[in-house]
Design a protein around this ligand. Structure first.
Ligand code: FPP
Length: 263
């Protein structure tokens, strides 16, 4: 009998995914440079390896059933980096579109761009627009690529859009602002992942992430693999999101939900 119980216990596997998944995951892919330096390699190699890793993580997101993923690829502040590195990051975006678009499209990934396209060279602007147009009806994963993106810029852009629409002051509310952001129509971020041990938000989705849960890891982005992604999802599923309420209030809400379900 004891051995039967032991065998039964041995076959109890850890579930492949938690029951509660975040709908919208945002990732700050940090640490490419340090990854390269720690191996005596040039920063460009870190970005190359980071790009390779991005492919794996997009595929994992599709497999895990994540609905929306937003990645921070180039911030408005990144223009201040050495010219060669800025050019490299532009080339990487172009290369990702050239090499990966067909496969991403086949996998049902809808690519969206968030940020300011003006300021980027016209040929790359055109490629980004084409990638978004080509994948616009895909449904499996919405992939927002934040490129030349800044959270404060986005809010300024939204305010200008609202003013231009002739909105009256009494009509300005959270819904109105959300509807004028680059992410309009999408739900707020549930989980923000930041690699490389930094504990900053760095002007990323500052409106949409107001109530997001955070997962910070010391792992550099090129080493953040599918298994650690899974760990982040389990970590998220164990959080209690309170949205500013108390635990008692949440318990009451859960009880009244149960009562309603029981009829
Ligand atoms: C931060 O690492 C990373 C970036 C600024 C760029 C992120 C880009 C990729 C992962 C490649 C994919 C890119 C596109 C355009 C799709 P860091 O360079 O700041 O690292 P460090 O803090 O260790 O120096």
């Amino acid at each position: 009998m004891a051995s039967l119980i032991r065998n039964a216990q041995n076959t109890t596997k850890t579930p492949a995914l938690p029951a509660i998944l975040p709908k919208h995951v945002a990732i700050i892919m940090d640490g490419n440079g340090r990854w390269a330096r720690s191996r005596g390699l040039p920063r460009s190699e870190g970005h190359r390896q980071g790009t390779e890793n991005l492919r794996q993580i997009i595929r994992a997101a599709v497999e895990f059933g994540i609905e929306i993923m937003t990645i921070y690829a180039f911030s408005t502040e990144n223009w201040g980096r050495p010219r060669r590195e800025v050019q490299l990051l532009m080339r990487i975006l172009e290369m990702v579109i050239d090499r990966e678009l067909e496969e991403l499209n086949g996998e049902g990934v809808q690519i969206r761009h968030i940020g300011e396209l003006n300021g980027i060279e016209p040929r790359l602007q055109r490629k980004v627009r084409e990638a978004c147009a080509m994948t616009q009806y895909n449904q499996r994963l919405i992939l927002n690529v934040a490129f030349n993106y800044g959270g404060r810029d986005e809010i300024i852009h939204a305010v200008k859009t609202l003013i231009a629409s002739g909105i009256r002051p009494e009509e300005v509310n959270e819904e109105a602002v959300s509807s004028a952001l680059y992410t309009h129509g999408l739900p707020d971020v549930d989980l923000v992942i930041r690699t490389s041990g930094e504990l900053r938000i760095s002007n990323f989705l500052i409106w949409q992430g107001a109530y997001a849960e955070y997962y910070a890891t010391k792992t550099y982005w090129p080493d953040f693999d599918k298994e650690e992604f899974r760990t982040a999802l389990f970590d998220y599923s164990n959080r209690r999101r309170r949205f500013g309420l108390t635990d008692d209030q949440l318990n009451d809400l859960a009880d009244s939900d149960d009562d309603r379900t029981r009829g």
